[in-house]
Design a protein around this ligand. Structure first.
Ligand code: SF4
Ligand code: SF4
Length: 139
């Protein structure tokens, strides 16, 4: 009978027993985000003109824009972080944060049935926004 200690995988198994782990112990040890890392899309409701370009170009169909109602929304769990929407937005309303949002679960569905990872902004009515701007300028 062959000696089990002479099997080819034994030296490697012994080496692995005493060496440092090859991977990080996530989530206990999280690698710091580096400059330029792609984390989460951020939206600026103040500058968006609801042109819908980001929605048309998003390859993952993660963005929904309803121009008439001035609604901009994103499904963070669908977004693949390609950065296309940031590059096409002429108003610089979108940016890529290097930090990722915490992982959501189905147990966290919002009280009004919002999907996990769904975020939605409602822009002010243009007439109301213009009136507020004029009032601020007059004071
Ligand atoms: S975020 Fe930019 S590209 Fe998207 S609807 Fe607003 S202005 Fe247009
Ligand atoms: S980063 Fe890419 S996938 Fe994510 S919302 Fe923008 S265009 Fe869509």
């Amino acid at each position: 009978m062959a000696n089990p200690l002479r099997l080819p995988m034994v030296p490697r198994a012994l080496r692995n027993l005493v060496s440092r782990p090859a991977t990080r112990r996530y989530p206990y040890e999280i690698r710091p985000r580096f400059e330029g890392a792609r984390g989460t899309i951020e939206f600026d409701v103040e500058t968006c003109n609801y042109c819908m370009l980001c929605m048309r170009r998003c390859p993952a169909a993660a963005i929904t824009v309803v121009r008439e109602d001035r609604i901009w929304s994103i499904e963070h769990l669908t977004c693949i972080g390609c950065n296309v929407c940031v590059e096409v937005c002429n108003k610089n309303s979108l940016s890529m944060a290097k930090e990722s949002k915490p992982v959501h679960t189905h147990a966290e569905v919002g009280p009004q049935g919002q999907r996990p990872g769904h975020e939605e902004w409602h822009g002010p009515d243009p007439a109301i926004a213009a009136a507020a701007k004029a009032a601020a300028a007059a004071t």
